[in-house]
Write a protein that binds this ligand. Structure first.
Ligand code: S3P
Length: 176
């Protein structure tokens, strides 16, 4: 079993919102790795970061994402940093080699930050010395090459409703 479609991209790029619309249109389930991690850990992501730190979170995330790539059907939305782990990148390369579709949802800082708003549930955006905007920009710049490496397609989500973006993505699927 494998996903019909995998979505990656930075925080606020619309992975969950667009993924939900794409899944509904396809008549399949949506799986969100952030929710799967929280379920497995029995804690929120913010709690995992606060208690154990980012490296511990990335290990759980790696396990969840690699497993999900082999065991879930439907649309799989990855947490923004999931692509950082080399094991995850290897698993995504295998999925793509097998004909899988990985879409990088690209977004401007302006739009992403508007969507995220003042949501406090993203620990990566909060830390000493930098504003959430500065952190988002730095993280997005650091990861851009990795998103491009793992993706088979890039779709910009700045314009259009999540449903309209989902339609653009569905047109990329092999049997659309
Ligand atoms: C993270 C993104 C979050 C979540 C965690 C870390 C990141 O997911 O996995 O807070 O490092 O970019 P979303 O991209 O769904 O917000």
């Amino acid at each position: 079993m494998r996903p019909t479609l995998v979505l990656c991209g930075p925080m606020g790029s619309g992975k969950s919102a667009v993924g939900r619309r794409a899944a509904t249109a396809l008549g399949v389930a949506i799986h969100d790795t952030d929710a799967m991690i929280e379920e497995r850990a029995g804690r929120t992501i913010a709690e995992i970061f606060a208690a154990d730190g980012e490296p511990a979170f990335r290990e759980i995330e790696r396990d969840v994402v690699v497993e999900a790539l082999g065991t879930t059907a439907g649309v799989l939305a990855l947490g923004g940093g999931a692509v950082l782990h080399p094991d995850t990148r290897r698993a995504l390369a295998g999925y793509r080699a097998d004909g899988g579709v990985v879409v990088f949802l690209d977004v401007s800082a302006r739009q992403a930050l508007l969507r995220i708003g003042t949501d406090q549930r993203r620990p990566m955006l909060h830390g000493d010395g930098e504003s959430p905007r500065q952190r988002w920009n730095r993280i997005a710049a650091e990861r851009r090459a990795v998103y491009e490496e793992v993706a088979s397609h890039v779709v910009t989500t700045d314009r259009g409703t999540p449903a309209a973006v989902a339609r653009r993505i569905l047109a990329l699927l092999p049997d659309a």
